[in-house]
Design a protein around this ligand. Structure first.
Ligand SMILES: NC(=O)c1ccc[n+]([C@@H]2O[C@H](COP(=O)([O-])OP(=O)(O)OC[C@H]3O[C@@H](n4cnc5c(N)ncnc54)[C@H](O)[C@@H]3O)[C@@H](O)[C@H]2O)c1
Length: 353
């Protein structure tokens, strides 16, 4: 093990209760010789005391800014707007390589400080498969919310919950009408989660993946009551549902849950809406008659912060135990430099190899 000083930061976003590293995995890192500093965080689902008990040091929220230069700062979502210059190596989801709003600004901050972004979305194995992702719980929640909505039992605003509680609410009760459900992208991480949630709800869904959508049978799709879209599209394909289908009187489809949330992208397979829905208002009626309700929430796993953190942390632990300048982390760093070149951001002096 190289001498790694990992610094788990407090998340700036106040609704973000998840963490990429849970106390039991923190202990494994400490046992392997990693120095681990954990910032205090009022909202993190695991209290700082549990990390302390696992052998971690604690530090005030936001103190990563003054962390030693060789510390690797670990988080999940966006950094606060300050400081303007980022001088550390940062592991988190930067959402900065697909020309997203704010992408160039973030990469410029790294260039200014000589720091490096090791983006979790691009932490992949030799075959290009993601090593740590939140997909399973995203699919589970996307399907669970759709079932609750379909049964008229979805309360707004949504609030973070625990798996057992949600499972309990999902179970069918006497008088619930039977309905049919389709999961597309059923073989992926979120597809698997969606199938499990539907099974708990007493519904055995139709499962489609690449083979079943190659020659899309749209009437068959529209003949299901509920659709959970879990695809990870990499090339444009014909849309699964089109505007014209909303007017189709024979359509049975009433509830559409889009876990993928590719709204606005050329790869979007559900170009029938123009903005995601929110925890405060999770359902939007897309069409009056026949009715169609949409759920398109882009931070689903945050609704099950404990379970999704435990799962994610378990996948991130092996790469963290193996932290080095090569392999998966080397690919991450190369992808960062590629993104900077693509955006024409000057190759400033990088502090880290
Ligand atoms: N809403 C959220 O909060 C949230 C959270 C995490 C992930 N996501 C998104 O969910 C999507 C799925 O993530 P994942 O981790 O399950 O990905 P994954 O790679 O594990 O699975 C995607 C599946 O989609 C299938 N697929 C791809 N194109 C298809 C097509 N045209 N027809 C049918 N199947 C197709 C693939 O074969 C694969 O089985 C991604 O777009 C991801 O960004 C959303």
């Amino acid at each position: 093990m190289t001498e790694l000083h990992l610094w788990l930061r407090h998340e700036a976003r106040t609704t973000e209760r998840r963490t990429p590293l849970v106390p039991s995995d923190a202990r494994r890192l400490v046992d392997a010789g990693v120095t681990l500093t954990v910032e205090q965080s009022p909202q993190r689902i695991f209290p700082a005391e549990e990390y302390e008990a696992a052998g971690c040091r604690t530090a005030p929220a936001g103190s990563w800014v003054t962390a030693p230069a060789d510390a690797v700062v670990l988080g999940l979502k966006e950094l606060p707007d300050e400081p303007a210059e980022l001088r550390h190596r940062h592991i988190f989801f930067g959402h900065a390589y697909k020309r997203q709003p704010g992408a160039a600004g973030l990469l410029r901050r790294f260039a200014a400080g000589g720091g490096t972004l090791l983006d979790l979305e691009y932490l992949v194995d030799d075959g290009g498969r993601r090593l740590a992702a939140f997909g399973y719980w995203a699919g589970y929640l996307g399907a669970a919310l759709a079932v609750l909505q379909h049964r008229g039992r979805l309360d707004a605003p949504l609030t973070p919950t625990a798996h057992e509680e949600l499972e309990e609410r999902l179970r069918p009760v006497a008088g619930d009408e039977a309905f049919t459900a389709l999961v597309i992208g059923a073989l992926g991480r979120s597809g698997r989660g969606a199938r499990v949630a539907l099974h708990t709800a007493g519904v055995e869904p139709t499962c489609w993946d690449l083979d079943e959508t190659r020659n899309l049978d749209r009437p068959a799709l529209l003949a299901h009551d509920l659709l959970v879209n879990c695809v990870l599209a990499t090339t444009p394909v014909p849309p699964f549902v089109r505007e014209a289908d909303l007017d189709e009187p024979a359509r049975r489809l009433r509830t559409l849950s889009d876990v993928t949330c590719d709204v606005g992208s050329p790869l979007n397979v559900l170009p029938v809406y123009d903005r995601t829905t929110e925890w405060t208002d999770p359902v939007r009626r897309l069409h009056k008659e026949p009715p169609l309700d949409l759920i398109a929430i882009d931070n689903l796993p945050s609704l099950l912060p404990r379970e999704s953190s435990v799962d994610f942390s378990a996948s991130l632990l092996p790469p963290l135990l193996d932290f080095s300048t090569g392999g998966a982390w080397g690919r991450c760093r190369d992808r960062f430099h590629q993104a900077r070149r693509e955006l024409g951001i000057e190759e400033g002096e990088s502090r880290h190899v």
